[in-house]
Design a protein around this ligand. Structure first.
Ligand code: GTP
Ligand code: MG
Length: 343
């Protein structure tokens, strides 16, 4: 939940006492805590790769000029920061004004990225509700932005389904998870569109649900985000799944231990008795000397992975292990057939 919003407008970057600080609903910090404010400013600049020199005099004059000529504000991409236990998201307006949101510790600022940018843009460039000229104007702007973002958090984000349900007409639920960068979203794209794009890199936030229409019915594929912060969603999302697919990047052995730990964490906590577990060893195209795969080499790799992940210990769960390459389409159709034939 968003707890506070603040705005820093600088007169002299060398002297933080000359910084205008506004915040809502309470004071950001006491005057003595300028050290905290300095950390926020330099944290933001670091996030922008030291490109901008925010809040300085030149920029302030530039801001006035830009406002007068174009009346258009430039809004930068927000940057997440963690300072003195505070979970902060900051964005810059015309490189001169810093706006920050302070969230509760377990919030993910990226959930608010679009609403933060869009609402700031809407208020400043569409509604033109603020030119940062007087205190009252700035305070009204902050209150409006705070209420809009807070409402979004309360009404939209908190309504994400915590437990999955079968919507009417869905034949089966397929749950796809695994640590980040394994190729889960690429797999979904491949089976939905037939396409693969090497340059496509877009980590999944929280999760996406895609539907696949087949003669035997409609299948919902839950594509879970694999980055650390999204893994706690896995146990909620996995409920009532018919087929559970765990994807491993076989070319990235450095992360095998992490992938194994996360798989076993779910195996130990979830009841798999009504589901099939399919473990995919993806990106097999990246393993050396596999351009012309001979059965022996494939078998050896398979056995090595099964050993490492201790899959033979899964005696009470129905499971399969398949090496795949979403890139070259290797075994992708087989996986789809397993899904279609299981239910
Ligand atoms: N060489 C190769 N690259 C692949 C393959 N599958 C996916 N990739 C690449 O791996 C990268 C990550 O793919 P994603 O599909 O975004 O991975 P993800 O598992 O959805 O990642 P998160 O959403 O962060 O959990 C992308 O650059 C893909 O192009 C494959 O079979 N072979
Ligand atoms: Mg993804």
């Amino acid at each position: 939940m968003l707890t506070k919003i603040f705005l820093l407008k600088g007169k002299n970057p060398q002297n933080l006492n000359h910084l205008d600080i506004y915040s809502y609903p309470e004071d950001l910090t006491r005057k003595e805590d300028l050290n905290f404010i300095q950390k926020i400013i330099s944290g933001h600049e670091k996030g922008e790769k030291y490109k901008s020199h925010n809040l300085n005099n030149d920029n302030n004059q530039k801001l006035d000029l830009i406002q007068k000529i174009s009346k258009e504000f430039t809004i930068s991409s927000p940057i997440p920061q963690n300072i003195d236990q505070y979970n902060i998201f900051t964005l810059c307006i015309n490189s001169t004004i810093l706006i920050g949101l302070i969230f509760e510790k377990d919030d993910n600022p990226y959930d608010y990225k679009e609403i933060f940018e869009d609402q700031a843009n809407e208020l400043l460039n569409a509604e033109k509700c603020c030119y940062f000229e007087d205190e009252m104007e700035i305070e009204n702007f902050l209150i409006t932005l705070f209420i809009d973002i807070r409402r979004y958090g309360d009404e939209i984000l908190d309504k994400y389904p915590k437990i999955s349900i079968h919507p009417a007409g869905i034949s089966a639920k397929v749950f796809l998870f695994g640590i980040d960068n394994a190729g889960k979203s690429s797999f979904i794209r491949r089976i939905k569109t037939g396409q693969f794009n090497d340059n496509y890199y877009s980590p999944t936030r929280k999760f996406n649900i895609e539907y696949l229409q087949k003669p035997s019915g409609v299948y919902s594929f839950w594509d879970m985000g694999g980055q650390f912060i999204f893994r706690e969603q896995w146990l909620n999302g996995i409920q009532e799944s018919n087929i559970i697919i765990y994807m491993i990047d076989v070319a990235n052995q450095i992360r095998f231990e992490e992938a194994k730990k996360e798989l076993w964490n779910i195996i130990n906590k979830h009841d798999f008795s009504d589901a099939l577990l399919v473990i995919l060893g993806n990106k097999v195209d990246l393993i050396k000397n596999l351009n012309n795969p001979g059965n022996q080499q494939i078998e050896r790799i398979e056995n090595e992975i099964i050993d490492f992940f201790e899959l033979e210990k899964l005696t009470n769960i129905e499971w399969k292990f398949i090496l795949t390459s979403v890139k070259t389409n290797y075994h992708i159709e087989e996986v789809v057939n397993i899904v279609l034939n299981y239910v």
